[in-house]
Design a protein around this ligand. Sequence first.
Ligand SMILES: [Zn+2]
Length: 300
Amino acid sequence: MSQNGMDTGSRGYWLIILLLSTFIVVLGAGTASALLPARADTAQEAAGPEESIGTADAADADHAEARQTAAAEDDPAVEAESEPETSLNHAVQAVSDAAGTAQDALEEAERRRRAEDWRLILVNPEHKAPEGYTVELATVDRGYQVDARCAEELTQMLADCRSAGHDPIICSAFREHSYQEQLFQNSIWNFRSRGYSEAEAIELTSQELAVPGTSEHELGLAVDIVSRSHQILDKAQENTGTQKWLMENSWKYGFVLRYPTDRTDITGIIYEPWHYRYVGKEYAKEMYEKDLCLEEYLAE
Ligand SMILES: [Zn+2]
């Protein structure tokens, strides 16, 4: 019995050992299986960068592309965004179109404003002065007359030019239409008396005098200014201190050199470094800065 008792006790002991061993094995396997994936992940992560070292840029680009494609295909948030984006593009285009139309309208309004402004009246070989154009005159330097609305600025310009040490004098200003007609007719008679035909006489006169109605002097807004020391209407006038000062400063008083040397094909008038036209300070400044003659400015 004692042996049996011992045997029984021994079997119980071994049973406990067996159970404990089984428990430890199961526990160990569980722990191992729980640990394995973690180690594998760690291994993969460790291997990842090593694998892509050689083609890091290409891999990045591929990944970026893949991410974009995935995002576009799978991400509903991105899909939802693409529609508003299209609408936004349309809205931007519509605003841009509207701005363009508004800009066109503004430019057209500006052209109309200029066309109606007395300071910008265009008179040239193709554009005659308005029929029966009348103007209130004011007397300035040496008894010459100009449109009263520009008399003050003209007087100030001459005074400042003199203060700068120069000697400007007016040699022509407002010319009455009837006076221009009379000059023109006298010249034709003169050529006829020398044996020229009527057509030849008109042609020769037109080369020297503006056809009545096509001279800015009839507006009272044009003035010929020369240096007292060089009272000849020729190209050399541009070399005088007076003209140099006027060409540089006249715009500040609202006057522009009307017939520049490089615009004769546009103005239809020879270079006249003595003929100044009043257009007002605002326009004169813009024309001077943009280097535009009146024809160009009105067509801008
Ligand atoms: Zn003139």
